[in-house]
Design a protein around this ligand. Structure first.
Ligand SMILES: [Zn+2]
Length: 425
């Protein structure tokens, strides 16, 4: 009962209509964006830097909204999965209880069957005893009648034929013996019959007890089967909810990917403007370190890993460098800011810089409100972009640094060959 109430509470929290409307809104937004992206090729020449910034900003908004919805869905899914696991455990326990009751029912039934056999055996024995008793009595009466009617061997004639007192006494003793014998036969048979009757009564009483016990067990079994049915229904419902949620999460992930691709396309447009020298900047020499010297501990390296939040196998898109909250984050090279935004479910406060020549760097999880540059800003090498924090999907203060060349992620560690890193993972 407690579990069911809990499940209901959980289910109340999940406003599927709201989720559905959210997804629908995202799909509509996507439907509006797609034709825009499709037209980029023809618009490219006419598009100004500020228009591009507006488009990037709009896409970024969509991406953040999609990410937030995905997180919300994942949380709901987790709640449902936990409910589902609980419901399954409950159902399994109820199943086990039912099996135990079934075993008890079967045991009682086999006892009842044994007693039924014994009773029918005793009933047969009783019938036989009753027939024997009746026969003996009948024979006794017949003999008495025959003796009376024949006259020659009747008790009285036997007595009257005595020729002396001694003979009479002998004859009386003989008649007594015959009567006693006939009586003893009938009495013995009556006693045997009573014994069978007593045994039968005993057995019937035991069987009545077992019948009562079986009736009780049958009731228990019916109640238990109903509980199992209810638990199965709860589990089925949660399974349905979980697969619906999974489908929504999958849809969100696909949408997120599309939006990420659109952002990449926007960056390409910036590349084009840079190449056409409509945007100019100096990258500086080599790559400057993104943090004050001393912060050289990598807590999560680039490449395959187990995701710290979901526990699922994925690929870490950059490196995590541990640093105190509030430490300034520097641009590794000069360039143009492609994105400066807040993504609450992933990068948190983050900045993406296009350095030209297909090189892009990303700085994530900065302190809330600490970003010091905006999209389209030209930044110099070593310029402060914001302060180290733990916004978005971070569990501690660190700089998440990404490095891309022509859209392909590379290990950012390779940018700083003279830095001696301490690697934790
Ligand atoms: Zn990271």
């Amino acid at each position: 009962m407690a579990n069911q109430t809990q499940n209901k509470k959980h289910r109340k929290k999940i406003d599927w209509r709201r989720v559905f409307v959210g997804v629908l809104a995202a799909m509509l937004a996507l439907a509006l964006i797609l034709p825009l992206v499709g037209n980029l090729g023809t618009l490219a020449r006419a598009v100004s830097q500020s228009e591009l910034k507006d488009q990037i900003s709009s896409l970024k908004g969509d991406a953040a909204a999609a990410t937030a919805r995905k997180k919300e869905l994942e949380d709901q899914l987790k709640a449902i999965e936990s409910d589902k696991a609980q419901a399954l455990k409950k159902k399994q326990l109820l199943d086990q209880q039912l099996a135990a009751i079934d075993e008890e029912v079967a045991n009682t039934q086999s006892q009842i069957d044994t007693y039924t056999t014994l009773i029918s055996q005793q009933e047969e024995a009783l019938a036989v005893a009753q027939v024997k008793e009746a026969d003996a009595y009948e024979r006794f009466c017949q003999r008495a009648r025959a003796m009376e009617e024949a006259g020659d061997i009747s008790y009285l004639s036997v007595l009257f034929q005595a020729d002396s007192y001694a003979d009479l006494l002998d004859r009386m003793a003989m008649v007594d013996e015959i009567v006693a014998y006939d009586n003893s036969v009938v009495e013995a048979l009556a006693a045997a019959r009573s014994e069978v009757e007593a045994t039968l009564a005993d057995l019937s009483e035991t069987k009545a007890g077992l019948d009562e016990q079986k009736a009780l067990l049958d009731t228990q079994r019916a109640e238990q089967a109903e509980k199992v049915k209810q638990a199965q229904a709860v589990f089925d419902e949660l399974k349905k909810e979980a697969s619906a949620a999974e489908a929504l999460v999958a849809a969100e992930e696909a949408e997120e990917k599309k939006i990420a691709a659109q952002i990449a396309a926007k960056q390409k447009e910036l590349d084009k403007l840079i190449a056409e020298q409509k945007i100019t900047f100096t990258t500086g020499s080599g790559y400057a370190y993104p943090l004050p010297s001393g912060y050289t501990t990598i807590t999560s390296k680039f490449g395959p890993r187990t995701h710290p939040l979901t526990g699922k196998y994925n690929v870490h898109t950059g490196i995590d460098i541990a640093a105190a909250g509030g430490t300034p984050v520097y641009a590794v090279q000069g360039g143009v800011v492609a994105i400066s935004a807040y993504a609450p479910s992933s990068y948190g406060e983050y900045v993406v810089i296009n350095h030209g020549g297909g090189v892009v760097t990303l700085y994530a999880h900065m302190q809330r409100g600490s970003r010091k540059v905006k999209e389209g800003d030209i930044v110099k090498q070593g310029q402060t972009l914001g302060l180290v924090g733990m916004t978005g999907s971070a569990t501690g203060n660190h700089l998440h640094l990404e490095y891309k060349v022509n859209g392909v992620r590379k290990d950012p560690k390779t940018l700083f060959p003279s830095v001696k890193f301490t690697i934790w993972d």
